[in-house]
Design a protein around this ligand. Structure first.
Ligand code: CP3
Length: 332
């Protein structure tokens, strides 16, 4: 589908498809002290990646890891505390920036690449394996705040107060992302996705500098090493920002739930594959809400390459029968 064909039945996978809504995930997660221990354990991470494929037969698997392994491999102490989300040593000064590694430590990320190799070796040939990283703005926003925030206020304030320092931080994460995604493709990923979950907090000028340009640089950097690499961009933006994201060279764009897929079909370049964008709440609701949401998105994107997905990650309160209903409706 990322190669441009239009299918009568769109392929489907779900963001965060390996996770806490699955009892088999919760069982395995309980065997490691921390979430990062699971991310850095190739045998267990591969198993978790495969769990939703076995259960639902999705058309793609997404590598089980996290976007914050990149700051960790740049030498920034990173942890996840159950119930509190991520915790990092905040980078807010030139001294803090100077403490980072110049280049991403690929030794630290070796277990993730081993997970990619293991999963590709176990997946059916017809199931794609998607690798990923966070986009520089989204990753940097956690590095600056040191934790999750409601609006990434600390990173936005730093970008206005000291744009030179913020530019150096963005450039460091951009270079790390090129190295890391290239290594995932070399290890067997069929495509890679770049999550810019927080791009939507940026006004036009800031979006261009901190989200759009770094995305374009990652695309050209990865393609210099892997010509033809399939790269899915997922900047959670709409309107003009989404039109600009389409100029970065990405193979496909993921749509957030706020994007009207009928508008997207008319506004975005013909033939550009789109991924998305069912509301995770409709999947929780099930029944008519689910069916109507699915049918509307399918009809909007029927004339172009479309990969069915959610518009944001699946949440732990999602009933498993509703996921089965979604897949059955798409395949009927
Ligand atoms: O999609 C998948 O199934 C693959 C794995 C994956 C995870 N995180 C696993 C995870 C992917 C692709 C991500 C991306 C990610 N991580 C993003 C971008 C997408 C988005 O959701 O906006 C972001 C911003 C993060 C950072 C992150 N990781 C936060 C803020 C949190 C805590 C909040 C939460 O949802 O728990 C995480 C933890 C995390 N990442 C979990 C999982 C399965 C939960 C950890 C657990 O099991 O306790």
């Amino acid at each position: 589908m990322l190669d441009g064909e239009v299918a009568a039945k769109p392929p489907v996978w779900l963001m965060r498809q390996a996770g806490r809504y699955l009892p088999e995930y919760r069982e395995l997660r309980a065997t490691t002290p921390t979430f990062l221990d699971l991310c850095y354990n190739p045998k267990l991470a591969a198993e978790v990646t495969l769990q939703p494929i076995r259960r639902f037969g999705f058309d793609a698997a997404i590598l089980f890891s996290d976007i914050l392994v990149v700051p960790d491999a740049l030498g920034l102490p990173t942890s996840f505390e159950t119930g509190h989300g991520p915790k990092l040593q905040p980078v807010t000064t030139a001294e803090g920036f100077a403490a980072l590694h110049e280049a991403v430590d690929m030794e630290r990320l070796a277990p993730v690449l081993e997970t990619v190799e293991r999963v590709r070796g176990s997946l059916p040939a017809e199931t794609a394996l998607i690798g990923f990283c966070g986009a520089p703005f989204t990753v940097a926003s956690y590095m600056v705040a040191g934790a999750g925030t409601p609006d990434q206020g600390p990173a936005r304030a730093l970008a206005y107060r000291d744009p030179d320092l913020f530019a150096r931080l963005i450039a460091r994460v951009t270079d790390a992302s090129v190295t890391y995604l290239s290594a995932q493709l070399a290890a067997g990923a069929d495509a890679v996705m770049i999550f810019d979950s927080w791009a939507g907090v940026l006004p036009r000028l800031e979006y261009e500098r901190w989200s759009q340009e770094p995305l374009a640089r990652i695309v050209s950097g990865v393609r210099a090493r892997h010509p033809g690499a399939r790269i899915i961009g997922f900047p959670r933006v709409s309107g003009g920002q989404l039109l600009r994201a389409a100029t970065t060279g990405v193979t496909a764009l993921g749509l957030d739930i706020a994007v009207d897929p009928h508008w997207a079909d008319g506004a975005l370049p013909a033939g550009l594959p789109l991924q998305g964008n069912l509301d995770p709440k409709a999947l929780i609701a099930g029944g008519r809400a689910l069916d109507d949401g699915v049918d509307d998105i399918r009809s909007a994107l029927a004339r172009r390459p479309h990969v069915f997905n959610l518009g944001h990650g699946i949440t732990p309160d999602t009933p498993i029968p509703h996921v089965e209903r979604l897949v059955a409706r798409l395949r009927a």
